[in-house]
Design a binder for this molecule. Structure first.
Ligand SMILES: Nc1nc2c(ncn2[C@@H]2O[C@H](COP(=O)(O)OP(=O)(O)OP(=O)(O)O)[C@@H](O)[C@H]2O)c(=O)[nH]1
Ligand SMILES: [Mg+2]
Length: 290
C-alpha cells in the first residue's frame, strides 16, 4: 500500500542530496498515503534526527531509516491472536460503519473455523436491512456454519441472546455476530451496539471475547474517527483491516495504532472465503516497501 510512496521516495533520493526539499517531499508523500499530520511530523522528525546522529549521507541510508520509522510504528509487540473464551462458546462481535466488510469478514472467518473442525454459529445482529440477514445466511451455508437470525427490524440484542443459547445447547465453539453499520442516527447505532454488548455479557457470563472493529483500508483519516466512536461505545479489542487487495493507501492505520493501541488482528485481501489473513507485523511492514 505504500508502493507509490516508496517509488516516489526512490525518485527523490535519486537526486542524491539530503536537503529541505527532500524532507518536504517525504512529508508530502506520507500525507498522500493518508498518514495523519502529527504522525507524519513525528516520522520526519525522527528521520531528521537519525540523519544527524548517524551521519547518514546516502539515499539508501535515509530510505532504510524511513522504513524503520514506519515499521516501528506498526510494531504491536508480538503478533496478536484472536482470544479464546475460557468456556465455549467463544463470542466475537463485529462492529463498524456500513460497507466496510463486516459481514464478508465474518463469512471468511467462519469458513476458516469450520474447516479447522470447529462448530460455528453466525448471529444476524444486523437487523436494519433484510438483505443483511440474507447475506449472512448465505455465508453460513457456504461455510457450513449454523445460522441464528430473526426478522428485519427485530431487536438485535435478542438475536445475540438466542445465538449464544443455541451455541451452548448445541455444543458450538464459536458465535460470530454481525451488527448493523447504520441506524436512523449514529447515536441510535451506538446505543444499539451497547445493548448488544450488554446482552451478550448477560448471556455469556462475561464480556464478548473480542469486539472487532472492521475498517476499510481506503477510509483514510476517517479511520481515526471511527475508532474513536466505536471504542467509546463498545470498547474495541481488535481491528480487522479490509480491502487491502485494492489501491488502498492505509497510512491512516499507523495513526490508529499509535493513538488507540488496538491491535490489527485480521486482514481482508478480497471477497472470496479464503481471502483472510492473520495480521503479521513483520510481513505486513515488509510488504509496505515492496
Ligand atoms: N476487494 C475486497 N472487497 C471486500 C473485502 N471485504 C469486503 N469486501 C466487499 O465490500 C462490500 C461490503 O462488504 P460487507 O461485508 O457487505 O460490508 P458490511 O460492513 O457488512 O456492510 P453493511 O452490512 O452495509 O454495514 C462487499 O461488496 C464485499 O464483497 C476485501 O477484503 N476486499
Ligand atoms: Mg453487513
Amino acid at each position: 500500500m505504500f508502493k507509490r510512496l516508496m517509488e516516489r521516495v526512490d525518485r527523490m533520493l535519486g537526486r542524491g542530496v539530503i536537503d529541505e526539499d527532500l524532507y518536504e517531499e517525504l512529508e508530502e508523500a506520507l500525507l498522500q498515503a493518508d498518514t495523519n499530520v502529527n504522525v507524519t511530523h513525528s516520522i520526519i522528525e525522527d528521520v531528521r534526527q537519525a540523519v544527524r546522529n548517524e551521519k547518514i549521507t546516502s539515499a539508501e541510508g535515509i530510505k532504510a531509516r524511513l522504513q524503520e520509522e514506519i515499521r516501528r510504528r506498526f510494531d504491536q509487540g508480538g503478533d496478536p491472536v484472536l482470544q479464546y473464551g475460557p468456556a465455549a462458546p467463544t463470542v466475537y462481535l463485529f462492529v463498524g460503519v456500513n460497507g466496510v466488510g463486516k459481514t464478508t469478514s465474518i463469512g471468511k472467518l467462519a469458513k476458516r473455523l469450520t474447516s479447522q473442525g470447529h462448530k460455528v454459529v453466525l448471529a444476524a445482529g444486523d437487523t436494519f436491512r433484510a438483505a443483511a440477514i440474507e447475506q449472512l445466511q448465505l455465508w453460513a451455508e457456504r461455510s457450513g456454519a449454523e445460522f441464528v437470525g430473526t426478522l428485519p427490524n427485530a431487536d438485535p440484542a435478542s438475536v445475540l441472546f438466542d445465538a449464544i443459547s443455541a451455541a451452548k445447547a448445541r455444543g458450538c465453539d464459536y458465535v460470530l455476530a454481525d451488527t448493523a453499520g447504520r441506524q436512523h442516527t449514529k447515536a441510535n447505532l451506538m446505543l444499539e451496539l451497547q445493548k448488544v454488548a450488554r446482552v451478550t455479557e448477560k448471556a455469556l457470563g462475561r464480556a464478548p471475547d473480542e469486539v472487532l472493529l472492521v475498517l476499510d483500508a481506503n477510509t483514510g483519516q476517517n479511520a481515526i474517527r471511527q475508532a474513536e466512536e466505536f471504542t467509546a461505545a463498545t470498547g474495541v479489542t481488535g481491528l480487522v483491516l479490509t480491502k487491502l487487495d485494492g489501491t488502498a493507501r492505509g497510512g491512516a492505520l499507523i495513526g490508529v495504532w499509535e493513538r488507540f493501541k488496538i491491535p490489527i488482528k485480521l486482514v481482508g485481501v478480497g471477497e472470496k472465503p479464503e481471502d483472510l489473513r492473520d495480521f503479521d507485523a513483520k510481513s505486513f511492514s515488509e510488504q509496505l516497501f515492496d
